[in-house]
Ligand binder design. Structure first.
Ligand SMILES: [Zn+2]
Length: 386
């Protein structure tokens, strides 16, 4: 799919016509192939360090990216989103040399409260009231471990306290539900989010794991982190998965039932398998030494051996890099795979109690004052502007 937006911008000095193309990243495409195809020096990629080469392999299939070209069809700038927070920016510097940088995506965060009485179904009502299917899906994820949606009837009440992102006036990326409450037959059930995991009010994790751990590991050598500014390196870093250290040859198992959508090599990730699961989830297994006897398009079961741990691509030692994606964006695997203990204790629990008390106060005040629901959002396409 190629959509030419034909946005002509007149640069004052040269009066050159520039055009912006919005393109879709193909399955199996890599940054290296992209540079090669567009006659951009491949040294941009080879000059990256190990972590950035890995990150550059994380461009999601089907993600929309923008290319700014001059009148001779030469690339002036490229913006490729890596996550809600980070993008690859390729541009010509003041000496007209191509440069690559990971830059943060700028957006505003907004806290919102939505309250409604069920008329047909929780999903449908939340979608209609907010105009946001992202919010309706986020609610389903929030309640997954505690509420059977079939028990929610007409007349029951749902309250959602959440954070959304806005970019260029439009909703951007995923929604983070901080607190969700449902009153079924006048009895209230609440869930609270803390470090991407949902808990009840006592700090017990609401176990609803869609996926199982993909490998028997010795330790987690690198956790998931979204865009973070590194003050010494003076640039943004991220790690969009979990690294499980394990000896070469350790079997790698599919984290869930699904269909193999990619099997091959992918830049800094080396040998990679991707598996598509239900409800928009996808898992990625990287640095594999070899694959089991599986083919692209094949169905796999949860726990089925799909490959073996290795150190292919940009890797310092044998480990499995495990990524989880929801609608093609990397999410914290800890939110869908059991990683830590299932109950908060000590300082974490104290901190959790403090945070949820704040959430409850905000929601209570909003409901007591009959605060109106946020204005309905328009359907949107994630669009990035230069
Ligand atoms: Zn990794």
């Amino acid at each position: 799919m190629k959509k030419l937006l034909l946005l002509f911008i007149f640069v004052v000095q040269s009066f050159a016509a520039l055009s912006v193309e919005e393109l879709t990243w193909d399955n199996g495409d890599t940054l290296l192939k992209f540079l090669q195809r567009n006659s951009i020096p491949m040294s941009l990629y080879y000059g990256l360090d190990r972590e950035d080469q890995e990150l550059a392999s994380d461009i999601a299939y089907k993600i929309k990216y923008q290319v700014l070209k001059d009148e001779n069809n030469n690339i002036e700038q490229v913006l490729i989103p890596i996550s809600d927070d980070l993008q690859i920016h390729i541009y010509k510097d003041k000496d007209r040399q191509y440069t690559l940088a990971f830059t943060p995506v700028s957006y505003q965060k907004e806290d919102r409260i939505l309250h409604l009485t069920i008329k047909s179904s929780a999903y449908q009502d939340v979608y209609e009231e907010s105009g946001s299917s992202t919010l309706a899906r986020a609610m389903v994820r929030a309640f997954r471990g505690s509420i059977n949606f079939r028990n929610i009837q007409k007349g029951d009440e749902v309250t959602l306290y959440y954070e959304q992102k806005r970019r260029m006036g439009k909703l951007w990326g995923d929604i983070n539900i901080k607190m969700a409450m449902v009153e079924i037959n006048k009895s209230a059930r609440e869930v609270f989010s803390y470090n991407d995991i949902f808990y009840d009010r006592d700090g017990k994790e609401l176990e609803s794991f869609l996926l199982t751990k993909p490998v028997n590991y010795t330790r987690i050598s690198s956790p998931f982190t979204t865009a973070r500014y590194h003050p010494i390196l003076k640039r943004y870093r991220a790690h969009l998965g979990i690294d499980y250290a394990a000896p070469t040859g350790t079997p790698v198992k599919s984290a869930g039932k699904g269909v193999v959508t990619f099997i091959g090599t992918k830049g800094g990730y080396g040998n990679v398998i991707q598996i598509k699961h239900d409800s928009g989830y996808m898992t990625l297994y990287a640095h594999l030494s070899r694959f089991a006897k599986i083919k692209n398009g094949q169905k796999v079961n949860q726990g089925q051996v799909i490959a073996y741990v290795g150190s292919t691509g940009m890797s310092t030692g044998p480990h499995l890099h495990f990524g989880v994606y929801l609608n093609n964006k990397a999410i914290n695997p800890a939110s869908v795979v059991k990683i830590a203990k299932s109950e908060l204790s000590g300082k974490a629990k104290e901190n959790f109690k403090h945070i949820i008390a704040g959430y409850e106060q905000i929601v209570k005040e909003a409901l007591a004052s009959n605060q109106p629901n946020p204005p309905k959002e328009e359907d949107f396409e994630n669009y990035i502007e230069f």
